[in-house]
Structure formats: C-alpha cells, structure tokens
Design a binder for this molecule. Structure first.
Ligand code: BG6
Length: 490
C-alpha cells in the first residue's frame, strides 16, 4: 500500500505544458523576422479553416511576461516552446538577427527566474521560406548545413541555461502532411519526394545531435515523435502481422533510425518494390550510425494510436460505418498502391470514444506506447505533448468549466503512473497546451489550453487570458506531485 503523499511520480518529475512558435507568437513580421513556409502556406485559399493564420496568433510575442506570470501562478515546473528559425536567421542561412536571439533570451531568463525548466524545440514545422525558395526545402541536402548553423547559434546562445532540447517535432507528421498529402507546406503530394525529404531530415537530426553533444555536453537532446501504437482488429494471425507491419511503417521507421541509425528492412523492401526508395549512401549510413548522433531521451507526443486489419479486402464492403474527418486517414484510405495498401487497412476501433474532431481517445494506449518504446529502446521518455482539442464555452461570469479536459488528463496520467510503476523512466509530462493557440488546420476554436484566449477565427477581440477550471486542477496536481490522480481524489 502507498503511504499518504506517496505518488508514482519521482520528486523531480517535470509537470509541464507546451506550445509552438507559429501557433502562439504572432508578430510574424516584427523585429527582423523572416517569413516561414507557414506564413506563405496559410495565404493559399482553402488550406486552413476560415483562412486562419499565425500573423497575430495569441500575441505571445508581446505578452510572454504575462503568460509566464500565469505559468508561475500555476506552479508549472516545465514549459516547452519552439524557436522560430526565421526569427534567428531570417533568410535561413545568412545573417543572424540579434533581436530574435534577444526575444528567446528574455523568455528563457524569465522562465528560469520562476523556476520553470525551459524545454526548447528547434523545429516545430516553420522552415524559413527563403530555404524553400533557394534550395527546395527539406528535399535538398543544403538545408542540413543551414539547420546546423541555426542550431549552433542557439546552442551557443542558450546552451548554458537550457538543459532539455528537442530537435524535430513530429517528423512523421510534417513530412507526410507536407510532402505526401499537400495539407501542410510545402504543399506537395508525392510519396517518393516525401521519403526523400524525410531521409534528409533524418540526416539533419543526426548531425545536429552530434553537434549538440560537442557543444552542450551537460544537456540532453532528442526528437519529439508522434507515437501511436497500432493494434490488430482481431486475433486473426494475419491481422496481427498487419499490425506489426503498420507499427514498422508508422513508428519504427523513425524510431529505429533515431536510436540505432538503421531503417527497418521490411519497409525498405516495400518502398523499393513501389519504386519510391530514396538515395541512401554509405556516408549517410555512417552519419546515422554514429553513436554521438543518437538521442539522450525520446520525446513522445501522444494523441491516439490506430487499428488495422490485413490488406486485400475492400474496406467499404466490410466496414460501412467507417467514418473519419482526419485528413491523414482520409487520404490514406483513398490511395491505391501505397505502402499501406500492401501492408494493412486502417479501421475504426469500436471500443474507443472520439473527440469532436474524430480523434480516438485511448488513455491505455499511452501506457502501451510508453512501455513499448522503453522496452525497445531503453531510453528515458519525456511526454512532450498530450491533450484534448475541444470547443470551450465562457459563462456570463467569465468561467470556463472544461471538466471533460480534466477527465482526459486524469485518465491519461493514471496510465503514465502505471507505466512508471512497471519501470519506465518518464522525465516529465507536457500537456498540450498552456494557452489556447492556433490549430494548424482547424483555427482557433479547437482549443487545447489551460488558459482560454479571447479570440475567434475571424475576430481577434482583446486576446484576454482567462484560466479555465483545468488550470486550477493542474496547479493542485502539480502541488501534490500527482497525488490527485489516486482513486477517489477527483
Ligand atoms: C501535434 C502538433 O501534432 O498536434 C501540435 O505537434 C498540434 O503542433 C497538435 O497543435 C494538435 O493538432 P491540431 O491539429 O488539433 O492542432
């Protein structure tokens, strides 16, 4: 039996919240900032909901001190944010913009004053537009040198004060959405180009981790991967195999490269069969296999997993009720000869509820993810994102009762506690997100924050900050180091 006040979370557990530059900062053309590919992409009619963009976002650039005061009030222990590369080097690989460095320097210092650990993401999807124009973005090896220059600049500026660093946020998502489904910049729909770009990102990741180990020997670095365990629909042995392949394609394809420097052979064979395999040289292999290029911990972003059955059955005939609003799944469903169509078919999991946006809610899947990833790679894990997008409502008296979000966090965090009990070393948990922010494709009404921001898709209003009910709940959770999660404490 546990003693009173004893919880599963270590005393130094980093209870945090997260954000990303483009989704919160605004000030998209201020103080020398260059344009990013998201500044450009959001101008294409029909690409984002109600034509929303991050020009003003939630104006964190001007209100960061007020936001940090709220974090301090909440007793937050860690705050994950990303640096906008085009604030630091406006054209991607040229002059350094001191004003950009100053902004993040002040942000980091104010966090440290409040005893909040900064967790810095180098790349949360906003490539400088100039690099897209000059070199064709991540399709060119020239961007690797540019990324190293940018990384060196911020490691030298902040490596003395920042311990935890994230290289790439959800490489699996931004390469697929950007190069395969044309629903993110650079708006390309070509699977071969996606795998080529993805390989170049892998090289950039490996080279920057190697550089970090030279420059910031006391720091810790890793990618934040969007992990979702894929399970078989039935115990039919071929469904089990399909799930195994789906995990290779959707998860190990990235994790194995990060941690061991090799690509799963089974998927290389499938890509070769489809004629979409990329160029992989001996030099590339050396860069990826170098132990100094491997992460110190794994960042894990968790929203949902997937369910599959064996391929070669027409989904429409056997799953008439299959419905999804997730562009990734819809696109996958419509493809013909693809890695997916050769290996598995995605189906709905009948045991899971969904969010208002059709994302499955699977707290146990988080425990599965933590245990699976740790079993396989034996690295500490930092949960760098997990949260619920919902439509929140403000009462006439200015209150926001988001009990559904509290419920979501309780259920997920109980699974984190269970994973810790089995021996998984979890460094911390960053809820997505601290304030409400821009949802890339879904605008400002799909809210994730502990703090409500008074704005809509079409009306920027006053951008006033209003703590929600979940804000006070998370504060109490932090103060009790998770004790609140124990049965009966809700
Ligand atoms: C993650 C991203 O994929 O999901 C975040 O890292 C994003 O940047 C979050 O906001 C939620 O996605 P969405 O589409 O609901 O904004």
């Amino acid at each position: 039996m546990k003693q009173t006040n004893e919880t599963d979370f270590p005393n130094n557990f980093l209870w945090g919240a997260a954000s990303a530059a483009y989704q919160i900062e605004g000030a998209s053309q201020e103080d020398g900032k260059g344009a990013s590919i998201w500044d450009t992409f959001t101008k294409i009619p029909g690409k984002t909901k109600n034509h929303t963009d991050g020009t003003v976002a939630v104006d964190h650039y001007h209100r960061f001190s007020e936001d940090i005061q709220l974090m301090a009030k909440m007793k937050l222990k860690a705050y994950r944010f990303s640096i906008a590369w085009s604030r630091i080097i406006p054209d991607g690989d040229g002059e350094i913009n001191q004003a950009g460095l100053d902004f993040y320097g002040k942000l980091i210092d104010e966090l440290l004053e409040q005893k909040i650990e900064p967790i810095v993401t180098l790349y949360h999807w906003d490539l400088p537009q100039a690099l897209q124009d000059k070199y064709n973005g991540w399709e060119s090896r020239q961007v690797i040198a540019a990324f190293k220059k940018y990384a060196r600049t911020v490691f030298e500026a902040f490596g003395d004060r920042v311990t935890y660093w994230v290289t790439f946020n959800e490489q699996n998502v931004f390469t697929a959405m950007g190069y395969r489904w044309a629903s993110h910049p650079p708006n390309i729909s070509n699977i071969k180009r996606m795998y080529q770009a993805n390989h170049i990102v892998n090289l950039a990741n490996a080279e920057v981790i190697t550089l970090f180990h030279e420059l910031v020997p006391n720091g810790l670095i890793g990618p934040s991967f969007g992990y979702g365990e894929v399970v078989p629909e039935t115990c039919h042995p071929k469904d089990v195999l399909a799930a195994m392949d789906a995990n290779l394609l959707n998860n190990e394809w990235w994790l194995q490269v990060y941690c061991r420097g090799s690509y799963p052979k089974r998927i290389v064979d499938v890509l070769t069969q489809l004629g979409v395999m990329f160029d992989l040289t001996d030099d590339d292999q050396q860069i990826l296999e170098n132990p100094a290029a491997h992460p110190d911990y794994l960042g894990l972003n968790y929203y949902h997993g997937g369910t599959v059955r064996r391929p070669n059955q027409k989904r429409a005939q056997i799953d008439k009720n299959f419905e999804t609003t997730d562009p990734y799944l819809m696109a996958a469903d419509n493809q013909k000869e693809t890695p997916e169509s050769l290996l598995f078919q995605s189906v709905t999991n009948p045991y899971l509820e969904k969010t208002e946006w059709g994302w499955e809610i699977d707290p146990v899947g988080l425990q599965v993810a933590l245990r699976r990833v740790y079993d396989k790679y034996q690295l500490p894990i930092f949960i760098t994102e997990n949260g619920l997008g919902a439509l929140d409502h403000v009462t006439e008296t200015g209150e926001i009762d988001d009990s559904y979000r509290i419920h979501f966090f309780i259920n997920h965090l109980r699974e984190v506690a269970a994973a810790i009990q089995t021996g998984v070393p979890v460094i911390g948990y960053c809820a997505w997100s601290f304030t409400d922010l821009l949802s890339w494709l879904n605008g400002y009404e799909k809210r994730y924050g502990f703090v409500y921001i008074d704005r809509t898709d079409t009306d920027k209003k006053n951008l006033k900050r209003l703590p929600k009910k979940s804000f006070y709940w998370y504060k109490k959770l932090i103060e009790t180091n998770g004790e609140l999660l124990q049965e009966g404490s809700e």
